[in-house]
Design a protein. Structure first.
Lengths: 191, 284
């Protein structure tokens, strides 16, 4: 149990995907202008990460390892994640309109997101069990959501703040990202 | 080697079949989504974001929830296409007055300004205008290096190579306004679709630069357009030294464009028929 908590905290805060591993930077700047959008995106990423972690664990341990083709991991993971997300999107679209409205637009965007591919490859590298993979993916997704929510909160305020003309928009967001990264450095000693 | 290929093929095939099965057998009956999908089909699918929603799908969602909102946030591609408008009327169940809603981009320069030096730097308008306000005699002229051409999702902007000026095909223009932010000279403006007269000069309110000295085609402040107008629709603004057009009085006779010697005033409909010389980015 302690180990699972350690994995969760490590993925969510200490080795945060955006601020420590520099994965998923595109949505970090692209979708962090409004809090609502950021939360939807974060939810979608968490969902896809958890889903992908389970499926790729199964594929890795039941197919790739027994046949000795681990070196094809990246190719097969991309293929599997992309097509599964398509299926899930199709399924949600046809069965649950409310859920589709909540994160329907973001699902196809993250089929080939590096954060999603990253969590599956890290899980494989660390040789986590199925449960540990799911916990790690949940942690990574929630950490991603947290950072995106903080960032969008700050950027909503920055939008109306009186910043120099050349710094408006993306440049000042980059500075904020640096400061955020420094604060997350403070979690380093927890585990 | 063979195992690898086999496994990859098998997985790809498996997922292909899975996608087909889901697509084929999961029922499509979902309340709310159907109408949104129907509207999405009518929209152009450019995802330009001009309507203020995240892509065409987001716009369709808002229309499905509140059909009346089409008069607040509008899609120019739909409004210009009579077929799309009628489809939209059917889908939303309301009547749409297309001519009152749409907007088009217009470049306020006809590019006849003299070239004062050979520019051979980076081929973007933003770089060219940093050096002595551009290589043309008029410091407010279109440099014609195509920054706006690159952003246009409709490929409606082309460059006239003989004048080095950008021209917008008003038939293709969707009125998204993406080009406005790109122009370093602030030449581009969104005007209503029904506009008849185009003022192709950007001297604006600058009194200290009389037209003739800078440009062969700029407004020379002759006020012939004011005298030529029989409807009293053209008035001379004494503050800015420019003609102003009252489109409600205008009877669209186009007499003002005929008397304009430097051809600063032009028929808005003829601006679009300027032959597109070049569609892509180029290097000199």
């Amino acid at each position: 149990m302690n180990e699972l908590i350690a994995i969760f905290l490590s993925m969510a805060l200490i080795n945060n995907f955006v601020l420590a591993r520099f994965l998923g930077l595109c949505p970090f700047f692209g979708v962090s202008k409004k809090l609502g959008n950021a939360l939807s995106m974060g939810m979608a990423v968490t969902f896809v990460m958890t889903f992908a972690a389970i499926v790729t664990w199964l594929i890795n341990n039941r197919v790739l390892v027994p046949f000795g083709v681990e070196y094809m991991q990246i190719v097969i993971y991309i293929l599997v994640i992309a097509s599964l997300v398509q299926i899930v999107e199709l399924f949600i679209k046809r069965t649950n309109a409310a859920l589709y409205n909540a994160f329907g637009i973001y699902l196809p965007l993250i089929t080939t997101n590096c954060a999603v591919l990253g969590i599956t490859l890290i899980n494989t590298r660390e040789a986590y069990s199925l449960l540990a993979s799911v916990v790690a993916a949940l942690g990574a997704g929630l950490g991603f959501t947290l950072v995106l929510a903080i960032m969008s909160g700050i950027r909503e305020k920055l939008e109306i703040a009186d910043s120099p003309r050349s710094m408006k928009g993306l440049p000042v967001a980059m500075l904020v990202a640096v400061l955020l990264g420094l604060t997350f450095f403070g979690f380093g000693g927890i585990v | 080697m063979v195992t690898t290929i086999g496994i990859l093929t098998a997985i790809a095939f498996l997922f292909g079949v899975l996608i087909y099965l889901v697509n084929r057998f999961v029922p499509t009956k979902v309340k709310g989504i159907e109408k949104t999908e129907e509207i999405t089909g009518i929209l152009p699918g450019l995802n330009c974001g001009a309507c203020g929603w995240p892509g065409c799908f987001g716009y369709a969602q808002s229309l499905a929830a509140n059909p009346g909102s089409i008069s607040d946030c509008k899609c120019a591609v739909v409004l210009q296409d009579a077929e799309r408008v009628s489809q939209m009327e059917k889908a939303l169940g309301i009547s749409i007055d297309a001519s009152a809603l749409g907007k088009k981009a217009l470049i306020h320069c006809n590019g006849n300004s003299e070239v004062i030096y050979d520019y051979s730097g980076a081929m973007t308008c933003k770089a060219a205008t940093q050096l002595l306000k551009g290589y043309k005699k008029c410091p407010y002229a279109c440099p014609g290096l195509g920054d706006c051409v690159e952003v246009c999702p409709q490929k409606a902007i082309s460059i006239l190579l003989d004048k080095m000026v950008a021209v917008i095909d008003t038939e293709k223009c969707a009125g998204c306004g993406l080009c406005i932010a790109e122009c370093p000279q602030n030449l581009i403006e969104l005007v209503p679709t029904g506009t008849k007269i185009a003022f192709l000069c950007n001297y604006g309110s600058l009194r200290d630069i009389p037209g003739r000295e800078k440009c062969d085609a700029g407004c020379i402040r002759c006020r012939k357009c004011v005298r030529a107008c029989e409807d009293g629709a053209v008035e001379w603004n004494k503050e800015t030294f420019l003609p102003e057009f009252d489109m409600e009085k205008c009877s669209l006779c186009l007499k003002c464009t005929e008397v304009c010697e430097p051809n600063t005033l032009a028929d808005f409909a003829k601006v679009k028929t300027a032959p597109p010389v070049l569609l892509a980015k180029f290097s000199l």
